[in-house]
Every structure is written in structure tokens, then in C-alpha cells.
Design a protein around this ligand. Structure first.
Ligand code: GLY
Length: 256
């Protein structure tokens, strides 16, 4: 069984970090409603949803993906690149202690989980404004004994590696090649985003189903045309806080 770790939307999400987006008013009730539908979708797909209480003082804290990397062998608590987000990790570490042994990224290293794409035993880490080479080096050292390979990957014009590429099937990646070079990743079948939808590369694979944001119809069709089942969720209000569909959860196997 998969566990989906999530966190309720902060009442102060309107004060979130923004890197590529202009600030817009966020309706917290709509954001909560969309977040609830997202969690219902994960539960429908068989996940056991473990939802942490809201952190009113931490505007971005609904985006739990950035705070940790959970593997079968251990969980790594990250050190997010944005200083305003670093306090998000303590309650996540407390929750994850029930599931895994913990390790920590430490200063001067920074990593946002949104920059970490795991494909098999390889972890690709976007070299972004949030994740630095010291963080990549620490992650490599932490995981060497478990036989994982950790590779830094340059990205362009986006917040995180997973704003540029995500896995949508065992052998397929959904990618925006203007943001990341596929030669930096292992060879896989590529589904390209429609050029009119540059932000359409962020999809969440749950089992064999892709959870995908409303609003990228042309790219959604490309995913469906590749024979992949898609469940669409409206996260338009959360996207005003620069959310992707992957950011709002951390999925991992429940090992008992
Ligand atoms: N607002 C999401 C982030 O910048 O981390």
C-alpha cells in the first residue's frame, strides 16, 4: 500500500514564496476545497492519506514534497532552498519517524524535494535556485551505501526539476525539453508537452494512473494517446502559489 503524506493548506498561503509567478490573491477556501479533492483522488487510487495539520505561520507548508525524500531504505529530510520554508521540516520529520529511519541534509546544502526525480535506483536532482551542489553531494554520500546513484541536472526557466520532467509510466517521461535536456536523463520514451502548455510537464504517477492538473488539455491528450490513464484534478487556486500536482504529497510504500 502507498502512503500519501499531505498537509492542510495554511491560512496564510497568500504570503507564499513566488519565483516565476506574479502574486495574485488566493482564495483560501477554494484552495482548501481543491486540496481536499486532490486527497480524495489519492484515496480513490488506493493511497492511505496521512494529512498533517496546517501550519498557520508557514505559508508554503502544504507543499510537503519539498521537505523530504522518502525511499524504501530511509527518509532524507531536506533543507529547503527558501529560508522561509526551512521550519516546515521538523513536523514532517516527526511524522516520518513512524515509517522510516531518518537522515538530514545540512548547511550549506539545500535541496527541495520538487527537484528530486527518482527513476529506479537513480535520483536526478535539479540544480535550481533551491537545490545546490553541496546538497547533491550530501545526498550522494547518504545514499551510496544503499546503491543509489545521484546526479545533478541543469534546468532552465522553471522552479524545480519536476516543473520540467516527471515520470508518467514505467518507461515514459513527460517532458518540456526547453527546460531540461533529456540527454541528462536515462533514455526513456518521451512524451513532450504541447508547446502552448510549457507548464504541463508536472504529473503525479500513482500506480499506473497519472494524476494531472486541469488546464493542460492538449498535453493531457498526448498522455492519454500514449495509452496512459489520467485523472484530472483542479489545482488552479494552488497553482497561484506556484504549486505543481506533485508538490502537495509525498508518496511512499507502507512497509509495515
Ligand atoms: N510557492 C512554492 C515555493 O516557492 O516553494
Amino acid at each position: 500500500m502507498l502512503v500519501a503524506l499531505t498537509r492542510e493548506v495554511s491560512p496564510n498561503i497568500g504570503q507564499c514564496e513566488l519565483t516565476y509567478k506574479q502574486r495574485e490573491t488566493i482564495d483560501v477556501d477554494i484552495a482548501r476545497d481543491q486540496h481536499n479533492q486532490y486527497m480524495e483522488c489519492l484515496a480513490d487510487l488506493g493511497c492511505r492519506v496521512h494529512c498533517l495539520p496546517a501550519e498557520p505561520l508557514l505559508p508554503d507548508s502544504v507543499f510537503v514534497e519539498d521537505t523530504c525524500i522518502v525511499l524504501d531504505e530511509l527518509a532524507i529530510i531536506t533543507r529547503p532552498g527558501a529560508e522561509s520554508r526551512r521550519a516546515e521540516t521538523s513536523s514532517v520529520a516527526e511524522a516520518l519517524e513512524a515509517y522510516r529511519d531518518l537522515a538530514f541534509i545540512e548547511a550549506p546544502g539545500t535541496i527541495d524535494g520538487g527537484d528530486v526525480l527518482r527513476i529506479g535506483k537513480t535520483l536526478y536532482v535539479g540544480l535550481s535556485s533551491r537545490s545546490n551542489r553541496a546538497g547533491v553531494e550530501q545526498l550522494r554520500n547518504l545514499l551510496a551505501t544503499y546503491d543509489y546513484e545521484v546526479k545533478g541536472v541543469p534546468i532552465r526557466d522553471c522552479l524545480h526539476l519536476k516543473s520540467a520532467v516527471t515520470q508518467v509510466a514505467s518507461s515514459s517521461l513527460l517532458i518540456n525539453q526547453t527546460r531540461v535536456d533529456p540527454d541528462d536523463l536515462k533514455p526513456m520514451k518521451l512524451i513532450e508537452v504541447d508547446p502552448s502548455e510549457p507548464s504541463g510537464a508536472n504529473a503525479l504517477l500513482v500506480g499506473d494512473t497519472v494524476v494531472y492538473p486541469l488546464g493542460f488539455n492538449r498535453t493531457r491528450k498526448r498522455i492519454e494517446d500514449a495509452g496512459i490513464e489520467v485523472r484530472v484534478v483542479d489545482i488552479s487556486e494552488l497553482r497561484k502559489a506556484e504549486a505543481g500536482i506533485t508538490c502537495c504529497s509525498v508518496l511512499f510504500e507502507f512497509l509495515g
